[in-house]
Design a protein around this ligand. Structure first.
Ligand SMILES: Nc1ncnc2c1ncn2[C@@H]1O[C@H](COP(=O)(O)OP(=O)(O)OP(=O)(O)O)[C@@H](O)[C@H]1O
Ligand SMILES: [Mg+2]
Length: 267
């Protein structure tokens, strides 16, 4: 995969907002507008393999949604469309803004996408530089960048890691730093591709409690059905490039036939 980063192209976005913005009455600021809207999205890779087939999905502000399905279902491919790394037929909107080539810098500040493989996300010598990369390229003042880095590292439980060398970290530590690199951008939606893969039980537990506390809209792909059960009220199942179910996690988990048909097990 091309080495890139959520805000790599971003230099025009000065969004000094806190992590969440609410109106005075506590209701979401962008009432009515879905945080993510995907309509009739289809995509084939250059070799002709059809990886997304007419996918439609709506996620509203502060929803936490799990994306599950067998290997090759199209989960990562879908996620790569949400900040314009891939582009298929159909439409993707983030907080009311269509994802197009011309607004990619703004979209990438809104969509915090954490890749399946953290080595695709981390490319600076130190953890500080990796986490500061997005805010620096948003043109934020140095003091604010430092504050954002400190906050993002604290959110993933790695406050002491700023001076560590990114490429020397363990797989689980890299995952958490990769999440911090997008949290420092104050995204409107956090998209995590298999965040708990490769984590030891303690790191996994820590991740779960951190994800539970993030007051942010979230779409998370995972094979960890216990994680789905514990954290996500809503679950979307993909298979062979299509969304085959979308609903309350408890109800879908009770549908043994549905789970078996799509190679899933109850969490
Ligand atoms: N660069 C590529 N060129 C051709 N086909 C690809 C490419 N990347 C992925 N695919 C194919 O597209 C389909 C969807 O892949 P994708 O990585 O989105 O699945 P996934 O649901 O994320 O799977 P996993 O659970 O293994 O991560 C698979 O059949 C895969 O082989
Ligand atoms: Mg994947």
């Amino acid at each position: 995969m091309q080495k890139t980063k959520g805000g790599a192209l971003s230099n025009s976005v000065g969004r000094p907002s806190p992590l969440i913005v609410k109106n005075g009455n506590g209701t979401p600021a962008n009432d009515g507008v879905p945080t993510l809207l995907v309509e009739n999205l289809s995509f084939s890779y250059p070799d002709g393999h059809s990886a997304l087939r007419d996918v439609s999905l709506q996620i509203n502000e502060y929803e936490k949604v799990a994306l599950v399905g067998p290997n090759g279902a199209g989960k990562s491919t879908l996620m790569l469309h949400l900040n314009g790394i891939l582009s298929g037929e159909g439409q993707v909107e983030v907080a009311g803004m269509r994802v197009t080539r011309s607004n990619l810098p703004v979209i990438r500040a809104k969509v915090g996408l954490v890749f399946q493989n953290p080595d695709d996300q981390l490319f600076s010598p130190t953890v500080f530089e990796d986490v500061a990369f997005g805010p620096l390229h948003m043109g934020l003042p140095k003091g604010e960048v430092r504050d954002r880095v400190a906050r993002a590292l604290e959110q993933v439980g790695l406050s002491d890691y700023a001076d560590r060398l990114s490429h020397h970290l363990s797989a689980g530590e890299k995952k958490r730093v990769a999440i911090a690199t997008v949290l420092s951008m104050d995204p409107e939606i956090l998209i995590l591709d298999e965040p708990s893969a490769g984590l030891d039980p303690r790191a996994r537990r820590a991740l779960i409690s951190q994800l539970r506390e993030f007051p942010i809209t979230m779409l998370v792909s995972t094979h960890d059905m216990r994680l789905v059960h514990e954290l996500f009220p809503r679950m979307v199942i993909m298979d062979e490039g299509r969304i085959v179910a979308d609903g309350a996690t408890d109800a879908l988990m009770d549908d043994a036939e549905l789970l078996e048909t799509h190679g899933l097990e109850r969490g």
